[in-house]
Ligand binder design. Structure first.
Ligand SMILES: Nc1ncnc2c1ncn2[C@@H]1O[C@H](COP(=O)(O)OP(=O)(O)OP(=O)(O)O)[C@@H](O)[C@H]1O
Length: 290
């Protein structure tokens, strides 16, 4: 574990902040975290990105779920590959204008497994931040890998994360997951914006009644206990899941799904005034010097 990436991932030595390149001006960085896999963290990341973009914001998603990337497929980028600009990578841009950088956009085939070890994964996170030309962004959402392990640590130590959205599902051990996230946020000195419960209920197609198939949600009580806000509860929506699989989240996502979560994102003070982006035009020569 001698290289700088290993140190960042292992946390054995002082953390290293990854530098932003001159072609990026990211105003807010929000990490979307879950306690374990499969609770819908990527879906929530995608939904927040779509809603923020619909409100006129420039939005990017850094897919830090390096070994299980699912963002490109959700926004219709299956089969696409990121291009380069001098020494920098260019994020792919969705039909709705969302910029994405993901390990899936660097693979020959999107079904290739990513068999990378921790230090290489930390190196990829660095590439997605320092070596990617994001341009001016109002919001960069970071789709975190599941859990609170090494890669999550690297992201919090190395990127200027402004806030964390925690995603749980009702069958989770909600209390434990929120506790872990709160502990990590405390240690990393990053505020938790709040918690979203995904797959919280189903809506009866006949009468519209909300049915809590996993039992009554404990979210409110747990959130209160840990002093974090509830930012919303999302239903199980098979049609929306199918639309995500088909790369159509941008057109299929109903409007107004997560108003409190959006308000929490919008309340973050931006790093720079909108419009303050003043880096040189993104030509290859400029990128070479970056
Ligand atoms: N509210 C929902 N209703 C129906 N299906 C959903 C919902 N949320 C997520 N899904 C589906 O569940 C699957 C897992 O979701 P997703 O990839 O977002 O989870 P994740 O927590 O990011 O998983 P991983 O930890 O593996 O990255 C996907 O097929 C997604 O479309």
């Amino acid at each position: 574990m001698g290289c700088e990436h290993a140190q960042a991932a292992g946390g054995q030595t002082s953390p290293q902040q990854f530098e932003e390149n001159t072609l990026s001006e990211v105003r807010r960085v929000i990490a979307v975290l879950s306690g374990k896999g499969g609770v819908g963290k990527s879906f929530v990341t995608g939904a927040l990105a779509v809603e923020l973009a619909r409100r006129g914001n420039s939005v990017g998603i850094l897919d830090a779920d390096i070994t299980g990337p699912s963002i490109p497929k959700m926004v219709g980028m299956s089969g696409r590959r990121a291009s380069g600009l001098g020494k920098l990578l260019l994020p792919e841009v969705s039909a709705g204008g969302i910029k994405v950088m993901s390990s899936n956009l660097l693979l020959e085939n999107e079904t290739d497994p990513v068999l990378w070890r921790g230090p290489v994964i930390a190196g990829a996170i660095k590439q997605f931040w320092s070596d990617t030309s994001w341009g001016p962004l109002d919001y960069l959402l970071v789709d975190m890998p599941p859990g609170t392990g090494d890669v999550a640590l690297t992201v919090f130590q190395s990127l200027p994360v402004d806030g964390i959205v925690v995603v749980t599902s009702p069958q989770d051990l909600v209390s434990m997951i929120v506790a872990k996230a709160v502990n990590m946020a405390d240690k990393m000195n990053v505020p938790i914006l709040g918690v979203i419960e995904n797959m919280s209920y189903v809506t009866c197609p006949d009468c519209g009644k909300k049915i809590e198939i996993f039992g009554q949600s404990k979210l409110e009580a747990v959130a209160e206990n840990y002093g974090v806000k509830v930012l919303g509860r999302l239903p199980i929506d098979p049609a929306l899941a199918a639309a995500c699989d088909a790369g159509q989240i941008e057109t299929a996502l109903p409007a107004g799904l997560l108003p409190d979560a959006l308000a929490a994102c919008e309340a973050i003070e931006p790093h720079d005034e909108p419009g303050a982006f003043s880096s040189p035009a993104p030509d290859a020569a400029a990128a070479d010097q970056a």
